[in-house]
Ligand binder design. Structure first.
Ligand code: DX5
Ligand code: ZN
Length: 216
C-alpha cells in the first residue's frame, strides 16, 4: 500500500500543533520536512531547532528532505533533532558514496535517501540504488510548494521501479511535488511507494478523504 507523507511546508504555522494533530488523525504515514538553505534553493524554510520541537510533539516518522548545497553540514544536527530519514540532493553532492558513508557514520538507525531534480536523468543515478533506502523523484523544481506536477516524472518512476525490482533492491521510490488525487494515483500506478503532498492535503476540507483519494 502506498504511503502518504504530508509536507509540513504547506501547513499553517500559526496553528501548527493543530495541523500536525489533524494529519496524524487522518492517517498520514510520514511527515515530510523540507529544509531549505537559501542557496541550493532561493527560500529558507526551517532547521534543526524547529525539527526538535516537532519531534517532541509527534510520533510520525520524520522524513527530512534537505535542499541545501552542503547536506552533510546540517545532517548531524537534523539527526540529533529526531530525523528518521535524511534525503540529500544528488545535484548537491560531489561524491555520492562518500556522502552516504558519512551519513551512515552519523547514525546507524536513520534511513538514507537521495533526491533528483526534474532535469536529472535516472540513468545517472542507477548505480547508487543498492546503497540507498529511498530515491526521491522531484516532480517539480525544488524550492516551493504549490507547483504543477511534471508528467515526465512518471517515466522516471517506471524506469526506477523496473530496475529496483529486476535487481531485488530494497530502495523505496518517493515522489515529491504537485501530488493530488489524480497525479498521486498516476504515481502509484507507475510504481511509487511514498507520495509527498503539501498544498493538496493542507488546503483540503477533509484531509482524511483527500489521503484516501490518493490511495484508492
Ligand atoms: C518542494 C518541496 C515539496 C513541497 C511539495 O521543493 O520539496 O516537499 O512542499 O508541495 P506541493 O505538494 O504543494 O507541491
Ligand atoms: Zn520535499
Amino acid at each position: 500500500m502506498i504511503k502518504i507523507a504530508p509536507s509540513m511546508l504547506s501547513a499553517n504555522f500559526a496553528v501548527l500543533s493543530e495541523e500536525l494533530k489533524s494529519i496524524e488523525a487522518a492517517g498520514a504515514d510520514l511527515l515530510h520536512i523540507d529544509i531549505m538553505d537559501g542557496h541550493f534553493v532561493p527560500a529558507i524554510s526551517f532547521g534543526s531547532e524547529i525539527l526538535k520541537q516537532i519531534s517532541n510533539f509527534t510520533d510520525l516518522f520524520l522524513d527530512v528532505h534537505i535542499m541545501a548545497t552542503n547536506p552533510e553540514h546540517c545532517a548531524k544536527l537534523l539527526i540529533d533533532a529526531g530525523a528518521n530519514n535524511i534525503t540529500f540532493h544528488y545535484e548537491a553532492t560531489g561524491d555520492v558514496i562518500e556522502t552516504i558513508n558519512k551519513l551512515r557514520e552519523m547514525s546507524a538507525d536513520i534511513m538514507i535517501g537521495m533526491s533528483i531534480k526534474p532535469l536529472t536523468p535516472v540513468d545517472e543515478i542507477l548505480e547508487y540504488l543498492p546503497y540507498l533506502d529511498m530515491i526521491l523523484v522531484m516532480s517539480v523544481e525544488p524550492g516551493k510548494g504549490g507547483q504543477k506536477f511534471n508528467i515526465e516524472a512518471l517515466d522516471k518512476i517506471e524506469q526506477l521501479r523496473r530496475y529496483i525490482d529486476e535487481n531485488s533492491f530494497e530502495c523505496l521510490i518517493e515522489v515529491d511535488g504537485g501530488i493530488n488525487g489524480e497525479t498521486g494515483k498516476d504515481c502509484a500506478l507507475a510504481g511509487a511507494d511514498v507520495l509527498v503532498s503539501g498544498t493538496y492535503l493542507f488546503r483540503s476540507e477533509n484531509i482524511e478523504k483527500s489521503i484516501e483519494k490518493i490511495k484508492n
